[in-house]
Each structure stands twice: as C-alpha cells, then as structure tokens.
Design a binder for this molecule. Structure first.
Ligand SMILES: [Zn+2]
Length: 293
C-alpha cells in the first residue's frame, strides 16, 4: 500500500479569527470573534503540518513556556485549523445530543461517567446556549439565519451529527485549561516515544517501562468512514472532531518509517527529519548550535 491517504477527505471548519474571553465561571475560553468569516477545509490536505503544529504547541506547554506564548500558539493553531471539537470528541457517541444523557469516554477533563446532555453542552457554550430544545429523546435546533457563517456551516454539515455542526457555532468555545491539556498530552506521547528509542540502550528498565506505560495510555476511538464517488472513489473519514483527527493522524505519523518526527537538538521543538541523521529543524538552528560550541 503506497499511500494510505492518497484519496481521502475529512472536512472541518475554522473561522478567520478567534479571541480569548473570560466567562462568568472565571474560566477563559477561546471562541470565534463576532464578525470573523468561516471556511471549510480538508484536514487530509494539511495532515502533516497539522500534526506537527499540534505537537509543537504541546511542547511549549511541556517546556513551561510563558503563559502568553502558549496562549498565542493555541490561538494561532485555532486560526489555522479551527477549535478541537472537544464537545463531540469526549462522549461515547458523536450523536449524544439525541439522548437525554451523555456517556463519556475515559478522559482527563471530566470525572463523571455520565452527565445530563444540556448540562454537558453548557460546558462549551459558556456565554449563550444554542437555540436547542429537548423533550425526552426528541430535540429541535433552530439556527437563525442572521449569522450567515453559522447558517452556511449548519447546512454544509447537515448530514453529520448535530453536535459537530453545533461546535462550529459562534458561541461555541473551548476552555484554555482543557486545550492546554490536550496539546500537552500529544507532546508527552511524542516525547515518550522519541526518548524510548533514543535511550533504549542506556536507560534503566524503570525509565523504559515508564515510556511504554505512557504510550499505552494513549488510546483513540477508531474513526468511522464512508465512501464517496468523485473523480476517483474517495474515503471520507468521519472524525467528527479535530481532536480525533489529530489523534489518529498523529498515531499514523508516529509509526511512519519515512520522515519520522524528531526533536531538534537546538530549539527542542519537533520536526520531520528528512534523513535518519538529521539533528536540527532548520539551518538557523544548525548555525546557532555550531556558534555555541
Ligand atoms: Zn530547531
């Protein structure tokens, strides 16, 4: 199999601008700005860069960079790729809005195993809830035509789970602390893998076991897919969240033999190594490192 991702699509939406806002609960959330335009893009077309950027945001958290630097990096990530879609990523089904209760996968953000569906949604709509009503298992969602971007996105994603389209609404936000955790998790998984092979011959058993254990904790839901007849037959991945897309593509990258992810010896950020012996992410880092010695 030459390239597993040759004819594959997966669509996600992003706004042109996002902003941090503090809600009544005192927490800070990242949301689209009031007038930002929305766009739909194909995740598979930017998969390599997406994975690299995600892990490198996490590296900043891991290196205990200043708060402002981390926030700017998360903000930039959202402007490039949109929010993570955590609301659909955490429950056992992306169709959770159709049920009275949401059942949660094991995760580091919410302790409870189940939550009332509306109470759960409220975690992601800290300023204003969508016009969404439930009576038992029946539900109605009204999208006002006033916001053209919202109306267009809800039409574009009308065949996807409703929660996914809802996570593209302008009042949908994700808390800073959770975003930080999610990115950190990816960087941590990368470092455990990277160091395992770097230190395999020198580290003691305890250390190596720790790396193995932290990899075993990284579990992803298998995404579903469907087929679509276009110029070629195409696999369309139903990730339903950018978070699951990153997890899945990151796992693919982590196990790839060609251009593996590596750590720059100078800036300690992650890059794709063009050769097995590549030590620096850029000529700039190579020069700076040689000047130091
Ligand atoms: Zn570097």
């Amino acid at each position: 199999m030459k390239n597993l991702f040759e004819h594959t699509n997966a669509f996600w939406a992003k706004y042109a601008a996002y902003e941090w806002r503090v809600a009544a609960d005192g927490k800070e959330y990242l949301l689209p700005t009031k007038d930002a335009e929305a766009a739909v893009y194909n995740i598979m077309k930017v998969a390599d860069q997406l994975v690299l950027d995600a892990v490198n945001v996490g590296r900043l958290v891991m290196k205990k960079s200043p708060e402002k630097k981390i926030k700017d990096a998360i903000h930039r990530f959202a402007c490039n790729y949109g929010l993570l879609g955590m609301m659909t990523a955490l429950p056992t089904t992306p169709n959770f809005v159709e049920y009275e209760k949401v059942y949660l996968l094991k995760n580091q953000f919410i302790r409870q195993e189940t939550m009332d569906t509306l109470a759960y949604m409220k975690l992601f709509f800290p300023f204003r809830m969508p016009d969404f009503h439930k009576r038992g298992i029946e539900s109605i969602w009204n999208v006002s035509g006033e916001d053209r971007a919202e109306a267009a996105l809800s039409m574009t994603f009308r065949n996807d789970p409703r929660a996914m389209a809802m996570s593209f609404m302008r009042n949908y936000g994700e808390p800073y602390e959770w975003l930080k955790e999610a990115f950190l998790d990816w960087a941590f998984t990368f470092m455990s893998t990277y160091l395992y092979y770097e230190d395999r011959d020198t580290a003691d058993d305890n250390t190596l076991n720790l790396y193995r254990k932290s990899l075993a904790c990284f579990e992803g839901n298998a995404p579903t897919y469907h087929l679509s007849l276009q110029e070629h037959p195409v696999i369309v991945w139903d990730f339903h969240s950018l978070m699951l897309a990153v997890k899945f593509l990151f796992s693919v990258k982590l196990t790839a033999e060609k251009n593996p992810m590596s750590l720059c010896e100078h800036c300690r950020m992650v890059f794709y190594a063009p050769r097995a012996d590549s030590r620096f992410c850029s000529a700039e880092c190579r020069n700076k490192a040689s000047k130091k010695t």
